[in-house]
Design a binder for this molecule. Structure first.
Ligand code: SF4
Length: 318
């Protein structure tokens, strides 16, 4: 976590921590996870935990200490199949089993949580690249409801020239949560009021851009070729799509300091939603469970790659 919980008497730099209401329902499903974050990703070990690991000389602690590659950024040396060396055959973490959760490094302790600063304090959410988080996000109707869950050290974000990202986000959420109107109409309103729409580029231009991105799984380069700004999706998945869009807005727009940065991030959010809708239409998806797997893949490939995210945002730069 970028910030630590406030200690008693440290009120000076304490800011409130907020989360979407659904956040507290999140819990890692560990051995039941089909796309474990302990496979395929390099896991960096933070300085503080590294010091602790270095001091371990017996039992499983010795194995942990010996599993770290300290070249460049210290990280666990991956095992066969790009698995974390501490992931056992059942999909459980040997560090937790042998030593307890207190011995996890920061990334393992926090994933899939992310934090950002806003004008009213810090916010925490769960990233959609985690399959359980994706399921929770797409099933939670109350995306526009936030709760205070504590206080952390930090400073509230100051927008430039009085810009308040949360006020703009509240307007967007008010539009998105108006279920008395068709989803397409809500999307259209957002695009026209904020002057940003994926349809400002042709489908062919977007497909070319998608073809030029980096991918974890090459099969997704071909899958994303089905992109269109006007996919034909069944009504049953419109509200889950709306919740996916609300998530992208939450994650990418909330910490922006001015209207231009907000607009580019909103463009990214709208584009990701259209890509999820396009893949869903292509695969004839009609249920939230299957849609959440599409959302997970798109989150993993696009928003968990800084390079890909920047490339897409740049397409909305004017
Ligand atoms: S991807 Fe999510 S559910 Fe799966 S192991 Fe990681 S944190 Fe747990």
């Amino acid at each position: 976590m970028k910030s630590t919980a406030c200690k008693a008497g440290a009120a000076k730099n304490c800011i409130k921590l907020y989360a979407p209401r659904y956040y507290r329902a999140f819990s890692c499903i560990a051995d039941r996870c089909r796309h474990s974050c302990c496979i395929g990703w390099e896991i960096d070990v933070d300085e503080q935990t590294l010091e602790i690991y270095r001091s371990l000389s017996d039992g499983y602690g010795k194995t942990v200490a010996e599993s770290i590659d300290e070249e460049d950024v210290p990280h666990f040396r991956l095992a066969v199949g790009d698995r974390c060396p501490h992931l056992d055959e059942q999909g459980l973490c040997r560090i937790i089993k042998s030593m307890g959760e207190g011995y996890l490094c920061e990334i393992c302790r926090e994933h899939p949580r992310f934090y950002h600063d806003t004008p009213r304090g810090k916010e925490v959410g769960v990233g959609m690249a985690c399959e359980e988080a994706a399921r929770l996000i797409l099933q939670s109707e109350d995306f526009d409801s936030f709760v205070e869950i504590g206080a952390v050290e930090g400073r509230a974000l100051r927008g430039r020239r009085g810009f308040d990202a949360l006020a703009v986000r509240a307007e967007l959420y008010a539009c998105l949560s108006d279920r008395s109107r068709p989803y397409a109409e809500r999307l259209h309103q957002i695009s026209s009021v904020y002057g940003v729409s994926p349809a400002s580029h042709t489908d062919a231009a977007w497909r070319k851009l998608l073809d030029g991105l980096e991918y974890l799984d090459e099969a997704h380069r071909w899958l994303f070729c089905c992109y269109t700004s006007l996919p034909n999706v069944p009504a049953a998945i419109e509200e889950p799509l709306c919740r996916a869009l609300a998530y992208f807005i939450f994650r990418h727009c909330s910490a922006t300091r001015d209207a231009d940065a907000f607009r580019e991030s909103l463009g990214f959010a709208l584009f990701c939603e259209r890509l999820i809708a396009s893949v869903a239409a292509e695969k004839r998806i009609t249920d939230t469970e299957s849609l959440s797997e599409v959302a997970r893949v798109i989150s993993e490939e696009l928003e968990y790659s800084e390079e890909n995210t920047d490339t897409i945002k740049l397409a909305f730069f004017e």
